[in-house]
Ligand binder design. Structure first.
Ligand SMILES: [Zn+2]
Length: 134
């Protein structure tokens, strides 16, 4: 929708979005005075299409509601490179988790009473699990 600029008889300047079909309609200022359209290049605002939040189903009817919805659901607007960056972060976190699990398992086995540890080693011999101590 194009944005038009108006000046009222009392000197108030304001902008108003109008559909192209209505651009000739008389516009009244908030003060009640009649207006004239200023000659300027109309700015074209991208149309906002209403949708339901894919997360909680709330109706999203404006850019502000979209930003609120994203903030409420811990989302960020898409930026170039964000997927690659998050993939890298996720890989780093998974590697750390893997190391932590290995360390915890090693520690738990080391803390076992000798008899229990030997039993576990016997059980693992009969599986296809390779038991590697680093
Ligand atoms: Zn006015």
């Amino acid at each position: 929708m194009p944005l038009y600029e108006y000046l009222c008889e009392n000197g108030h300047k304001f902008d108003r979005y109008l559909k192209l079909a209505n651009y000739k309609d008389e516009q009244t200022c908030d003060c009640g005075a009649s207006t004239r359209k200023l000659i300027s290049t109309p700015m074209i605002a991208p149309m906002f299409e209403d949708y339901e939040s894919p997360i909680d189903g709330r109706p999203i009817t404006s850019k502000q509601k979209r930003l609120d919805d994203m903030a409420r659901n811990d989302c960020v607007p898409y930026e170039v490179g964000i997927v690659e960056e998050n993939t890298k972060k996720l890989k780093t976190a998974e590697d750390k988790l893997e190391r932590d699990i290995d360390r915890t398992v090693d520690y738990s086995i080391a803390q076992m009473p000798t008899k229990q540890r030997e039993k576990l080693e016997q059980e693992l011999k009969h599986t296809n699990i390779e038991f590697v101590r680093k």
